[in-house]
Design a protein around this ligand. Structure first.
Ligand SMILES: C[S@@+](CC[C@H](N)C(=O)[O-])C[C@H]1O[C@@H](n2cnc3c(N)ncnc32)[C@H](O)[C@@H]1O
Length: 427
């Protein structure tokens, strides 16, 4: 067996473990990929396994439709996972049938030897006849509980467009300390109207020009908006209340403001330290619970990027629909409200607050803002903060001082994460 073939089998086995962790144990890919079993694999095997697992999670619904005509009975979960992985390789990646089918048969022998002939026969049919129906199949649907809520908020036609967007692997967006045409060209990207640099194909991020020098960091174009809305200024006292891993802290620090970056997770703060070190930017870092921490004085501006269901980022986290459930939402909404109240208390008179979440659910966005304004009569929307922002499209405005992005926006440019962003000012 050649080296590449051996690597291919190892990557497929690891990809199988990843999707099985998500489907069977409801673990996130981040949790699975933190496991030594994954981290100790060779980098190229990890990269290939991660790519295959993510594509399979995005396209599992399509794979099931392609498999259905050839399956006499419902296979056990482990065998279905092998069939889905192989179907995605065959029909989405266009991989050569021989290698894919042989590898799947080998995995099936390890899983349950008696299923190997069935796996072989089914995948040969899929390879020969599956392509015609593949493009015509509907994109994978969101889980029913989420589809219902998103449908009520945006209408079913828009949900279908979101589902189509969630199937696509996102481009790589970069926030630069000083974005300019020369940097965009060196990276092989384009400058988006909102200021981020977008690369359609990235490869290994750390090998890109300017990474070692800390000239930029990876951040979705929508995720770059909240710090731009806050518009921190040099010398201001600014708090990033849920800061790690620090994309928004870096933006705030790059303005010359005096930034305090707080997060409860020491592990995530390690990544924030790394990011500050690489970019040469400065912030005071605090490991604490935002609900308990007492600052030594009020802040001129606070960014609250609150913990949320994160379903605006399903393009980059295709495991989320399989691991999150309806019961997760209420505790998050309560936590966001409590954090927003703490933020208001820590704000100086006349101070600015930006509240944001990367959720497409109104409970974590529009409704959260309405309830916050109701609880705090001294807090007012700040429409100028969002109207001054370059590149913001008419359709993103969601009431005074608020922006709403959803993943089907900017289809011609490669999409956008779903975010809700509200700009507020304290009396
Ligand atoms: C949406 S993420 C923040 C992303 C970050 N702003 C960025 O741009 O890189 C939410 C963060 O809230 C943190 N968090 C959750 N509960 C917290 C709490 N009680 N106090 C402080 N941070 C908390 C999580 O550890 C997580 O890092």
């Amino acid at each position: 067996m050649g080296q590449q073939q051996a690597g291919g089998t190892a990557a497929r086995r690891l990809a199988l473990e990843l999707v099985q962790g998500v489907w069977q144990e409801r673990l996130t890919l981040a949790e699975m990929e933190a496991h030594p079993h994954f981290t100790e694999a060779p980098p190229e095997v990890r990269a290939r396994a991660g790519r295959l697992a993510r594509t399979t999670l995005r396209l599992a619904g399509r794979a099931d439709a392609a498999l259905k005509p050839w399956l006499k009975r419902n296979p056990k979960p482990g065998v279905r996972a092998i069939l889905r992985l192989a179907t995605v390789e065959l029909l989405a990646d266009g991989a050569a049938a021989h290698g894919v089918v042989n590898a799947a048969v080998a995995l099936a022998r390890e899983e349950a030897a008696s299923t190997a002939p069935m796996v072989n026969a089914v995948l040969r049919r899929v390879a020969e006849e599956g392509r015609a129906g593949w493009e015509a199949t509907q994109p994978q649907r969101l889980p029913n509980w989420l589809r219902g809520r998103v449908g009520s908020a945006y209408g079913n036609a828009r949900v279908a467009r979101m589902e189509a967007a969630f199937e696509q692997a996102p481009p790589l967006d970069i926030t630069a300390k000083a974005p300019d045409a020369a940097l965009a060209e060196a990276l092989g990207g384009t400058i988006l109207p909102t200021g981020s640099i977008r690369l359609e194909k990235a490869g290994q991020v750390s090998a890109l020009p300017g990474y070692e020098a800390g000239d930029w960091w990876v951040q979705d174009a929508a995720a770059a908006l909240p710090a731009r809305v806050l518009a921190a200024r040099a010398g201001e006292r600014v708090l990033d209340l849920c800061a790690a891993p620090g994309g928004k802290t870096l933006q705030l620090a790059a303005t010359g403001a005096s930034v305090t970056a707080l997060d409860v997770s020491e592990a995530r703060l390690e990544r924030l330290y790394d990011n500050l070190k690489r970019t040469g930017l400065a912030a005071e870092v605090v490991a604490a619970d935002a609900l308990e921490w007492e600052p030594d004085g009020p802040f001129d501006a606070i960014l609250l990027d609150a913990p949320c269901s994160a379903n605006g980022t399903i393009r980059r986290h295709p495991d989320l629909p399989f691991v999150k459930e309806a019961a997760d939402i209420r505790p998050l909404v309560d936590l966001q409200a409590a954090m927003a109240d703490r933020a208001v208390a820590m704000l100086a008179p006349g101070g600015r607050l930006v509240f944001c979440t990367c959720s497409i659910l109104p409970e974590e966005g529009e409704a959260q803002l309405a309830a916050l304004l109701e609880r705090h009569p001294d807090l007012k929307p700040d429409p100028e903060a969002v109207s001054a922002l370059p590149g913001v499209e008419e359709g993103w405005h969601a009431g005074p001082g608020a922006l709403r992005t959803t993943p089907e926006m900017w289809p011609e440019r490669g999409g956008l994460d779903g975010f809700f962003i509200a700009a507020l000012r304290k009396a």
